[in-house]
Design a protein around this ligand. Structure first.
Ligand SMILES: *Cc1c(COP(=O)(O)O)cnc(C)c1O
Length: 380
């Protein structure tokens, strides 16, 4: 028996073919003016992104990780500070507080939407206050897999507890909650343009959003070595955190088709919902929201079934991926920072979760093959 043609997990070549003329025009403009760092496309992109998500200010930076770091540096976060974040997320969310000498405090997630659990957050803040070793300072809420976290609940807790809110929107730029796009839900919002994110560059990139002109000015200073009003005045310790002009040009070309791509991702998700909803646990929709569908993850009953399904899909030429096989408090690098609190939902999900391909160029034919392969793997 021959193996069927493999379906790509992500198809950036198909997307490139769709946007080729605009991409070429944008890149040629940069090659003509040669302002490769903070050229005019960067400011154009910042205005376009802020307009797109309804934020007052946008500062383009070198990656999603650097965006998070700049957001925390702007608050002076360091040793002795507690930064609350979900245990079930990408590594960068926990890495940034640790790099600055602060302590990540891991919070469990909702078993159906996979988003940070506000009730558990409140418990964790109370426990940190009771222990008295760390100062609760920041909440990093993550919008996981394309869906928004429960920002009204998170913001209410943060207000009560006097925490600064940082929205890690790396996976979910373009999602909305209660009719508003995310970008202004927290004191600072960080997103990523890593190539596989819904809005991806051709290399690393990221952006910060804020409603505060003072914070925006601080972000701009921090991304260029803490510079003041003149180039060689250094006001604070910053970093080299700028977005390349070439990446801004790529992102401008992609932003032009981003709304239709979000709609195409939603159509893929609906096909999966319809065809797989009676076979396994499909991702629960956050109420009154739209998703950017960075990742479509299903839950299987246990680790053994997941391994079987993944192997069976592989044989059928259908790729799948596991985000994330280990919650962050179980990572060797972060274990010692964890206070030992049980995080049972994050642990259970990491053993059972499986992501199926989702992108705007997934053909009807590929989609049918994927659904059939999942049905076959589960013996239906
Ligand atoms: C991708 C990602 C980041 C980091 O973004 P980079 O641009 O890769 O640095 C941070 N947080 C989450 C949740 C992510 O998925």
């Amino acid at each position: 028996m021959t193996t069927p043609d493999p379906i790509p997990f992500l198809d950036l070549k198909a997307q490139q073919a769709r946007i080729a003329p605009e991409l070429r025009r944008r890149l040629d403009a940069v090659l003509a003016h040669c302002q490769f760092v903070l050229g005019p496309e960067v400011a154009e992109l910042e205005a376009a992104l802020a307009g797109f998500c309804g934020a007052a200010h946008c500062v383009a930076v070198s990656s999603g990780t650097d965006a998070l770091q700049i957001a925390l540096m702007a608050e002076g976060i360091g040793p002795g500070d507690a930064v609350f974040l979900p245990a079930f997320t990408y590594t960068a969310t926990a890495e940034v507080p640790l790099v600055l000498g602060a302590t990540p405090v891991f919070v469990d997630v909702d078993p159906r939407t996979f988003q940070i659990d506000p009730a558990h957050l409140a418990q964790r803040i109370a426990a940190v206050r009771a222990a008295g070793r760390l100062r609760p300072r920041v909440l990093i809420g993550v919008d996981l897999f394309g869906q928004p976290a429960d920002w009204p609940a998170l913001a209410a807790i943060a207000r009560r507890e006097d925490l600064v809110t940082v929205d890690d929107l790396a996976q979910s730029f373009g999602c909305s909650l209660h009719g508003r796009m995310l970008g202004a839900a927290a004191d600072a919002t960080a997103t990523s343009f890593f190539p596989s994110k819904p809005l991806g560059a051709y290399g690393d990139g990221g952006a910060l959003f804020t409603e505060s002109a003072d914070r925006a000015a601080l972000f701009r200073s921090l991304r260029t070595h803490g510079e003041g009003t003149t180039r060689y005045e250094v006001l604070r310790t910053g970093m080299n955190g700028r977005l390349d002009t070439l990446q801004a040009a790529v992102l401008l070309a992609k932003l032009a088709v981003f709304p239709e791509e979000l709609a195409a991702r939603e159509r893929v998700a609906q096909v999966y919902d319809r065809h797989l909803g009676n076979l396994l646990e499909i991702p629960a929709r956050v109420a009154d929201s739209t998703s950017a569908w960075a990742i479509y993850s299903v839950l299987l009953p246990d680790a053994a079934t997941r391994a079987h399904v993944q192997e069976s899909l592989r044989a059928a030429g259908v790729p799948s991926a596991i985000y994330y096989p280990r919650p962050l408090h179980r990572q060797p690098a972060y274990r010692d920072a964890h206070d030992g609190t049980a995080l049972p939902v994050s642990e259970s999900i990491s053993e059972r979760i499986l992501a199926l391909p989702i992108h705007p160029d997934l053909s009807e034919h590929a989609l049918s093959r994927i659904c059939a392969a999942v049905q076959e793997a589960l013996g239906r």
